[in-house]
Design a protein around this ligand. Sequence first.
Ligand code: ZN
Length: 310
Amino acid sequence: MNETLTSPIANEPPAAVAQPVPPQVAPTVVPAATPAVAPPADAAASALGVVPVAAPAAVSTATMVSEVGSTLSQSVGLVRVAAFVCATITVWIAYFLWRPPAPMLFLRHTEHMGRETPAISINFDDAPHPVMTPLLLAALNRADAKATFFVIGDSLRLYPELARRIVQEGHTLANHSQNHHNLSRQSPTIFKSEIEPCFAAIRRTYKDAGVPMTTRLFRPPGGGMNRPLMQYLYDHDIELAWWSNNMGDWAKPPAWKIADQVNANLRPGDIILLHDTPGGYGTPQAIPAIVRAARRQNLKAIAMPEKGAL
Ligand SMILES: [Zn+2]
């Protein structure tokens, strides 16, 4: 320790002596002296452990600021990407949880026949029924209107002559399942047995009646839909038949109420949902008023087309 301290001090006197001789030498000596003095300063500083930090600290602060800046800009970019991913995931979750009819966007289906179509289509679900179906047919005949009957396969088995009469009078049949279970609450394993036998019974009815027609229209009982059922319909090229005018006649309201509410919302291309409900006598009685209101708008009452336009 003593040797290191004495050696710089021993070098000082010659440097001090050189200063007064040429004034021009002084600037050359000063920069030369700085590195010459610096090692002992570093040595002393390293001994103290304070000074060496000061000189590089000024440089590293600037670099640190720029590094922090670049890190911040990178993290802002990451936040944007994360926000985009979160928004996309949220939209998809919302889509999968959305209840019908919204998820039908990706399924071929019919809500109405196209608003430019100069027609309406009256549908009767839950057909046939031995008392109500003849009343509905009589009302349609009086009004000179055609309609579509969404039949239950099991009722078709019980009343095949009614189904034949429906098609022979110029109306059409469509599938309303075999046993009228709400399929959204059933296992997907029964979809096939609830849908296909009804299509087969309809084909037999057309064949027996000598009417060269068939159908791929299906309306789920109670409007019960879920994703597996939508997938089944899509995979089997079945057209989901929805509706655009539904006043709830299954609750058996009086005829004037049915006609008033249907007609109040009547628009071109409407698919009007009514029912072949036992005891629902207001429905056949309301048909002439509905057909008259449609005619006033130059709309014809027709059977539901197999491929309705959205
Ligand atoms: Zn039904």
